[in-house]
Design a binder for this molecule. Sequence first.
Ligand code: PEP
Length: 256
Amino acid sequence: MRRSIIAGNWKMNKTIPDGVALAGALSDDAAEFIDGCDVVLCPPFTAVKAVADRVAESGVDVGAQDVFWEASGAFTGEVSCEMLVDAGCSWVIIGHSERRAMFGETDDKVNKKMKAAIAAGLKPIICVGETLAQREEGSADEVVRRQVEGAFAGVSGDDASKAVVAYEPVWAIGTGRASTGEDANSMAGVIRDTLAKLYSGDVSEAVRIQYGGSVKPGNMAEFAQQPEVDGALVGGASLKAADFIGIITAMIDSKK
Ligand code: PEP
Protein backbone atom coordinates (compact mmCIF):
# COMPACT_ATOMS: atom_id res chain seq x y z
CA MET A 1 0.00 0.00 0.00
CA ARG A 2 1.34 3.46 -0.91
CA ARG A 3 1.88 5.94 1.91
CA SER A 4 -0.22 9.09 1.66
CA ILE A 5 1.53 12.38 0.95
CA ILE A 6 0.23 15.93 1.38
CA ALA A 7 2.43 18.81 0.21
CA GLY A 8 1.83 22.52 0.71
CA ASN A 9 2.99 24.87 -2.06
CA TRP A 10 3.21 28.28 -0.43
CA LYS A 11 4.07 29.93 -3.79
CA MET A 12 5.30 33.53 -3.39
CA ASN A 13 3.81 33.93 0.09
CA LYS A 14 5.23 34.25 3.63
CA THR A 15 8.16 36.20 4.93
CA ILE A 16 10.64 34.29 7.10
CA PRO A 17 8.89 35.08 10.43
CA ASP A 18 5.44 34.33 8.97
CA GLY A 19 6.68 31.09 7.44
CA VAL A 20 8.34 29.96 10.66
CA ALA A 21 5.14 30.70 12.58
CA LEU A 22 3.05 28.62 10.13
CA ALA A 23 5.58 25.79 10.11
CA GLY A 24 5.65 25.87 13.92
CA ALA A 25 1.88 25.63 14.20
CA LEU A 26 1.92 22.59 11.91
CA SER A 27 4.93 20.81 13.34
CA ASP A 28 3.78 21.29 16.94
CA ASP A 29 0.73 19.16 16.04
CA ALA A 30 2.68 16.75 13.83
CA ALA A 31 2.71 13.90 16.37
CA GLU A 32 -1.04 13.60 15.78
CA PHE A 33 -0.80 12.99 12.03
CA ILE A 34 2.73 12.16 10.93
CA ASP A 35 2.36 8.39 11.38
CA GLY A 36 -0.42 8.34 8.81
CA CYS A 37 0.94 10.61 6.12
CA ASP A 38 4.06 12.23 4.65
CA VAL A 39 3.77 16.00 5.02
CA VAL A 40 5.92 18.38 2.95
CA LEU A 41 6.07 22.18 3.28
CA CYS A 42 7.35 24.11 0.24
CA PRO A 43 8.10 27.71 1.23
CA PRO A 44 9.72 30.31 -1.02
CA PHE A 45 13.52 29.93 -1.26
CA THR A 46 14.14 32.72 1.26
CA ALA A 47 12.30 30.87 4.04
CA VAL A 48 13.46 27.30 3.32
CA LYS A 49 16.30 27.15 5.84
CA ALA A 50 14.37 28.79 8.68
CA VAL A 51 11.34 26.56 8.07
CA ALA A 52 13.53 23.46 7.89
CA ASP A 53 15.14 24.37 11.22
CA ARG A 54 11.70 24.94 12.77
CA VAL A 55 10.26 21.57 11.71
CA ALA A 56 13.44 19.55 12.41
CA GLU A 57 12.70 16.37 14.41
CA SER A 58 8.92 16.73 13.86
CA GLY A 59 8.76 14.37 10.89
CA VAL A 60 7.49 17.16 8.63
CA ASP A 61 9.64 17.52 5.48
CA VAL A 62 10.61 20.61 3.54
CA GLY A 63 10.75 21.07 -0.21
CA ALA A 64 11.51 23.85 -2.67
CA GLN A 65 9.20 25.10 -5.42
CA ASP A 66 11.77 24.86 -8.20
CA VAL A 67 15.46 24.16 -8.84
CA PHE A 68 18.04 24.58 -11.60
CA TRP A 69 19.76 21.52 -13.07
CA GLU A 70 23.34 22.83 -13.19
CA ALA A 71 25.53 22.31 -10.12
CA SER A 72 27.11 25.78 -9.92
CA GLY A 73 28.36 28.67 -12.02
CA ALA A 74 27.20 31.75 -13.90
CA PHE A 75 23.43 31.24 -13.68
CA THR A 76 22.22 34.47 -12.09
CA GLY A 77 19.12 34.02 -9.97
CA GLU A 78 19.14 30.22 -10.01
CA VAL A 79 19.44 27.78 -7.10
CA SER A 80 21.11 24.35 -7.34
CA CYS A 81 20.09 20.98 -5.91
CA GLU A 82 23.09 21.00 -3.59
CA MET A 83 22.00 24.40 -2.22
CA LEU A 84 18.52 23.05 -1.53
CA VAL A 85 19.86 20.00 0.29
CA ASP A 86 22.21 22.27 2.24
CA ALA A 87 19.25 24.44 3.28
CA GLY A 88 17.29 21.43 4.56
CA CYS A 89 15.16 20.33 1.61
CA SER A 90 14.42 16.69 0.91
CA TRP A 91 11.81 17.41 -1.81
CA VAL A 92 11.44 19.72 -4.79
CA ILE A 93 8.39 20.63 -6.88
CA ILE A 94 9.25 20.52 -10.60
CA GLY A 95 7.18 21.67 -13.58
CA HIS A 96 4.41 23.48 -11.72
CA SER A 97 1.92 24.86 -14.26
CA GLU A 98 2.67 28.43 -13.15
CA ARG A 99 6.31 27.87 -14.09
CA ARG A 100 5.28 26.23 -17.36
CA ALA A 101 2.91 29.11 -18.22
CA MET A 102 4.88 32.11 -16.96
CA PHE A 103 8.55 31.09 -16.90
CA GLY A 104 9.07 28.97 -19.99
CA GLU A 105 9.30 25.58 -18.28
CA THR A 106 9.26 22.86 -20.94
CA ASP A 107 9.12 19.07 -20.63
CA ASP A 108 12.82 19.00 -21.50
CA LYS A 109 13.67 21.37 -18.64
CA VAL A 110 11.45 19.36 -16.29
CA ASN A 111 13.39 16.25 -17.30
CA LYS A 112 16.78 17.89 -16.66
CA LYS A 113 15.62 19.17 -13.28
CA MET A 114 14.23 15.77 -12.32
CA LYS A 115 17.50 14.00 -13.16
CA ALA A 116 19.55 16.59 -11.26
CA ALA A 117 17.25 16.38 -8.25
CA ILE A 118 17.43 12.60 -8.07
CA ALA A 119 21.21 12.63 -8.47
CA ALA A 120 21.42 15.02 -5.50
CA GLY A 121 19.13 12.89 -3.32
CA LEU A 122 16.11 15.20 -3.61
CA LYS A 123 12.71 13.59 -4.15
CA PRO A 124 10.84 15.25 -7.02
CA ILE A 125 7.16 16.16 -7.14
CA ILE A 126 6.52 16.32 -10.89
CA CYS A 127 3.52 18.46 -11.83
CA VAL A 128 1.43 17.64 -14.89
CA GLY A 129 -1.99 18.75 -16.03
CA GLU A 130 -4.02 20.04 -18.94
CA THR A 131 -5.45 23.50 -19.61
CA LEU A 132 -9.20 24.07 -19.90
CA ALA A 133 -8.90 24.37 -23.70
CA GLN A 134 -7.09 21.03 -23.87
CA ARG A 135 -9.76 19.37 -21.70
CA GLU A 136 -12.55 20.85 -23.81
CA GLU A 137 -10.99 19.70 -27.06
CA GLY A 138 -10.60 16.18 -25.62
CA SER A 139 -6.79 16.07 -25.51
CA ALA A 140 -6.31 16.07 -21.71
CA ASP A 141 -5.15 12.43 -21.51
CA GLU A 142 -2.73 12.88 -24.39
CA VAL A 143 -1.27 16.09 -22.89
CA VAL A 144 -0.70 14.46 -19.52
CA ARG A 145 0.79 11.32 -21.09
CA ARG A 146 3.23 13.50 -23.05
CA GLN A 147 4.22 15.45 -19.93
CA VAL A 148 4.86 12.24 -17.98
CA GLU A 149 6.89 10.72 -20.83
CA GLY A 150 8.89 13.96 -21.12
CA ALA A 151 9.61 14.22 -17.41
CA PHE A 152 10.67 10.58 -16.97
CA ALA A 153 12.71 10.19 -20.20
CA GLY A 154 15.99 8.45 -19.40
CA VAL A 155 15.18 8.09 -15.68
CA SER A 156 15.76 4.55 -14.33
CA GLY A 157 12.92 2.52 -12.89
CA ASP A 158 14.49 2.62 -9.41
CA ASP A 159 14.71 6.40 -9.51
CA ALA A 160 11.25 6.76 -11.04
CA SER A 161 9.75 4.84 -8.12
CA LYS A 162 10.91 7.55 -5.71
CA ALA A 163 9.08 10.32 -7.56
CA VAL A 164 5.68 11.74 -6.83
CA VAL A 165 3.49 12.91 -9.71
CA ALA A 166 1.00 15.71 -8.97
CA TYR A 167 -1.93 15.78 -11.38
CA GLU A 168 -2.98 19.42 -11.37
CA PRO A 169 -5.48 20.46 -14.04
CA VAL A 170 -4.52 24.07 -14.79
CA TRP A 171 -8.14 25.24 -14.74
CA ALA A 172 -8.53 24.01 -11.15
CA ILE A 173 -5.49 25.77 -9.67
CA GLY A 174 -6.41 28.74 -7.50
CA THR A 175 -9.85 28.99 -9.08
CA GLY A 176 -12.03 27.35 -6.43
CA ARG A 177 -13.20 25.00 -9.20
CA ALA A 178 -11.78 21.60 -8.24
CA SER A 179 -11.91 18.53 -10.45
CA THR A 180 -14.29 15.76 -9.46
CA GLY A 181 -12.82 12.85 -7.54
CA GLU A 182 -13.80 10.56 -10.40
CA ASP A 183 -11.94 12.64 -13.03
CA ALA A 184 -8.87 12.91 -10.79
CA ASN A 185 -8.88 9.14 -10.31
CA SER A 186 -9.26 8.57 -14.02
CA MET A 187 -6.27 10.81 -14.84
CA ALA A 188 -4.22 9.16 -12.08
CA GLY A 189 -5.02 5.91 -13.94
CA VAL A 190 -3.72 7.44 -17.19
CA ILE A 191 -0.50 8.44 -15.39
CA ARG A 192 -0.06 4.94 -13.96
CA ASP A 193 -0.71 3.38 -17.34
CA THR A 194 1.92 5.67 -18.92
CA LEU A 195 4.44 4.70 -16.23
CA ALA A 196 3.63 1.01 -16.69
CA LYS A 197 4.39 1.32 -20.40
CA LEU A 198 7.63 3.23 -19.73
CA TYR A 199 8.77 0.88 -16.95
CA SER A 200 6.75 -1.93 -15.40
CA GLY A 201 3.65 -2.54 -13.33
CA ASP A 202 5.82 -2.53 -10.20
CA VAL A 203 7.14 0.97 -10.88
CA SER A 204 3.75 2.35 -11.83
CA GLU A 205 2.24 0.92 -8.64
CA ALA A 206 5.06 2.38 -6.51
CA VAL A 207 4.86 5.98 -7.76
CA ARG A 208 2.61 8.11 -5.60
CA ILE A 209 0.11 10.35 -7.38
CA GLN A 210 -1.35 13.51 -5.88
CA TYR A 211 -4.31 15.55 -7.01
CA GLY A 212 -3.90 19.34 -6.91
CA GLY A 213 -6.29 22.18 -7.68
CA SER A 214 -8.51 24.02 -5.17
CA VAL A 215 -8.20 21.30 -2.52
CA LYS A 216 -9.81 22.34 0.78
CA PRO A 217 -10.57 20.53 4.04
CA GLY A 218 -14.18 20.14 2.82
CA ASN A 219 -13.39 18.41 -0.50
CA MET A 220 -10.23 16.43 0.38
CA ALA A 221 -12.16 13.29 1.29
CA GLU A 222 -13.60 13.08 -2.24
CA PHE A 223 -10.07 12.82 -3.64
CA ALA A 224 -8.62 10.74 -0.82
CA GLN A 225 -11.31 8.08 -1.34
CA GLN A 226 -10.12 7.45 -4.89
CA PRO A 227 -7.98 4.31 -5.14
CA GLU A 228 -5.39 5.82 -7.50
CA VAL A 229 -4.99 9.11 -5.58
CA ASP A 230 -2.37 9.03 -2.82
CA GLY A 231 -2.50 12.61 -1.61
CA ALA A 232 -2.67 16.24 -2.60
CA LEU A 233 -0.54 19.18 -3.63
CA VAL A 234 -2.19 22.14 -1.94
CA GLY A 235 -1.71 25.83 -2.73
CA GLY A 236 -3.99 28.40 -1.09
CA ALA A 237 -5.29 26.14 1.67
CA SER A 238 -1.74 25.33 2.81
CA LEU A 239 -1.27 28.91 4.02
CA LYS A 240 -3.47 28.43 7.09
CA ALA A 241 -2.44 25.82 9.65
CA ALA A 242 -6.01 24.80 10.52
CA ASP A 243 -6.98 24.27 6.85
CA PHE A 244 -3.81 22.34 6.04
CA ILE A 245 -4.22 20.11 9.10
CA GLY A 246 -7.88 19.60 8.11
CA ILE A 247 -6.72 18.36 4.69
CA ILE A 248 -4.12 16.03 6.23
CA THR A 249 -6.71 14.64 8.64
CA ALA A 250 -9.25 14.10 5.85
CA MET A 251 -6.59 12.22 3.87
CA ILE A 252 -5.67 9.95 6.76
CA ASP A 253 -9.28 9.27 7.77
CA SER A 254 -10.31 8.40 4.21
CA LYS A 255 -7.51 5.87 3.72
CA LYS A 256 -8.21 4.04 7.02
C1 PEP B 1 -0.96 24.61 -6.55
O1 PEP B 1 -0.46 25.71 -6.60
O2 PEP B 1 -0.26 23.62 -6.78
C2 PEP B 1 -2.37 24.49 -6.22
C3 PEP B 1 -2.93 23.32 -6.32
O3 PEP B 1 -3.01 25.64 -5.81
P1 PEP B 1 -4.50 25.74 -5.16
O4 PEP B 1 -4.60 24.64 -4.12
O5 PEP B 1 -4.55 27.10 -4.57
O6 PEP B 1 -5.47 25.52 -6.26
